[in-house]
Design a protein around this ligand. Structure first.
Ligand SMILES: [Zn+2]
Length: 369
C-alpha cells in the first residue's frame, strides 16, 4: 500500500474488459441471496497454491524462529503445505467451491491495471475495469468511478444493506463512501454509531488501547471482530471485509508474520462460514468470495514488494464458495482477471453490473450454474 502520490492524470480512460464481454452471460443468481467478499491484501499466489516456501523460512526473510515456523508450516508436499497453511481454503473451498489462478493448470489470474499497488487494484476489482490514468496513487481522493457496492446499494432490496469494514484508511475514498451512501468503517477509527452493542463498545476500547503498528492500518483482529459484530447486528446482504496484515508484514520482511496473518485470515473464513450457516438470514443463500488486490515479487529479494516495476506482481488468485457455485474445485484452462470480481459479486446476488457499467468485465466464467 505504500506507494504514495504517483500523480493523478486527467485523461479519460476508455480501457474496458472488451474481450470478456463477448462471452455469453450465465443465468442470474437467486433474488434473496447474499455475498460476503473478503480481501487479503497483497497475499501471493505462491503461498496460496504452494503453502510456505522453504527458502523464505529463513533469517533472510525476517523469520526469527526458523525451527518453529518450519514445524508449523513446512511439509513434504505442496498439497500438505497449502493445507496446513490455509486449511479452510484447501479442504473446504477447493472441494465445495472454486479456485482461480492456478498457473500449473494453465489458469493464470492477473490484475489488468499497470500500477500493481492497492488503490488501483481495489478500484479495478470494485469497478470492474482498470483506470490507469485517474487511479494512479494511493492518495485519499474520492473514486470517480462507481463501485459495485454503490451500484448494489441503489438496487431494490439492497438499500442500507451494503457495507465495507476494512483495515486500511483509504477505503472510504476508494468506495466513495459519501456518494455511495454505504456504511464504511476503516483504518484506526472507532466503530461509528449511537446504538453500539457491549461487544462494539469493548472493541472501541481495544481500538484506543491497541498498539499502532502502521498509522494507516488497523490490525486484522479488530477488523475481523468489528465485521463479525456488524454482520450479526445489521445483517447486510453485501459485506466487504478488507484484511491488510499480509501486505504490511510482507513490506516489513517478516515472512513468519506474513504466514501467520494468512493462516488467521483462513481461520476467520472457517468461523465466518459456520456463523453464516447458523443464521436463517444467511444459511444456504450466501456466498463468500476472496481475492487479493495484487501479487508481490517472486524472489527472496523482492517478495516484500510490488508495484509497476516488480516482475510477476500482476499475478493473483481468487476463490469462491456458495450454494449457486458449482463445485469445480481448482479451475483448469480458465483465465481470470481482477476486473471480473465486480460483476461476479453482483451476479451472486442476482444483479447485473455489466448492464449498469458497460466498461466492467464479465463475471468469472463458470462461477455459477
Ligand atoms: Zn503494499
Amino acid at each position: 500500500m505504500r506507494r504514495w502520490l504517483v500523480g493523478i492524470g486527467s485523461v479519460v480512460c476508455l480501457i474496458a474488459g472488451m474481450s470478456s464481454r463477448l462471452i455469453a452471460a450465465d443465468p442470474p443468481g437467486r433474488s434473496d441471496s447474499n455475498v460476503i467478499y473478503i480481501t487479503w491484501d497483497g497475499f501471493r499466489w505462491q503461498e496460496f497454491f504452494g503453502g510456505a516456501q522453504e527458502l523464505y523460512i529463513s533469517k533472510d526473510a525476517g523469520v526469527t524462529d526458523v525451527a518453529g515456523v518450519k514445524k508449523r508450516f513446512l511439509r513434504e508436499t505442496e498439497q500438505e503445505r497449502r493445507e496446513v497453511l490455509l486449511p479452510f481454503v484447501w479442504t473446504v473451498i477447493a472441494k465445495q467451491g472454486q479456485i482461480f489462478g492456478d498457473q500449473s493448470q494453465n489458469s493464470p489470474a492477473r490484475i489488468e491495471n499497470k500500477h500493481k499497488f492497492s488503490y488501483p487494484g481495489y478500484s479495478e476489482m470494485f469497478c470492474g475495469f482498470p483506470d490507469d490514468e485517474r487511479i494512479a496513487s494511493n492518495g485519499k481522493f474520492p473514486n470517480p468511478n462507481v463501485t459495485v457496492l454503490e451500484f448494489l446499494n441503489g438496487r431494490p432490496g439492497f438499500e442500507g444493506k451494503v457495507a465495507g469494514i476494512a483495515t486500511w484508511d483509504v477505503f472510504p475514498f476508494i468506495l466513495n463512501e459519501g456518494r455511495a451512501k454505504i456504511y464504511v468503517h476503516a483504518g484506526i477509527t472507532p466503530i461509528p454509531g449511537n446504538d453500539l452493542s457491549d461487544r462494539q463498545l469493548l472493541l472501541n476500547d481495544m481500538i484506543a488501547d491497541t498498539v499502532t503498528l502502521w498509522p494507516d492500518n488497523q490490525i486484522d483482529a479488530i477488523t475481523i471482530q468489528a465485521a463479525r459484530e456488524y454482520l450479526i447486528r445489521k445483517k447486510p446482504r453485501v459485506l466487504f471485509i478488507g484484511l491488510g496484515e499480509t501486505d504490511e508484514w510482507g513490506h516489513g520482511r517478516r515472512y513468519d508474520r506474513y504466514l501467520n496473518a494468512a493462516h488467521r485470515a483462513d481461520d476467520f473464513l472457517r468461523r465466518l462460514w459456520d456463523l453464516l450457516q447458523s443464521m436463517p438470514e444467511y444459511k444456504g443463500k450466501t456466498s463468500i468470495v476472496i481475492a487479493p488486490d495484487h501479487g508481490r515479487g517472486g524472489t527472496i529479494r523482492d517478495w516484500t514488494d510490488h508495484g509497476a516495476k516488480v516482475e510477476g506482481a500482476e499475478y493473483i488468485w481468487s476463490a469462491a464458495l456458495g450454494p449457486d457455485i458449482p463445485a469445480l474445485g481448482v479451475r483448469k484452462e480458465t483465465e481470470a482477471t481482477l476486473s471480473q470480481i465486480a460483476a461476479s459479486l453482483a451476479k451472486l446476488v442476482g444483479e447485473d453490473f455489466n448492464a449498469a457499467s458497460p466498461k466492467s468485465a464479465k463475471p468469472l466464467s463458470g462461477l455459477m450454474k
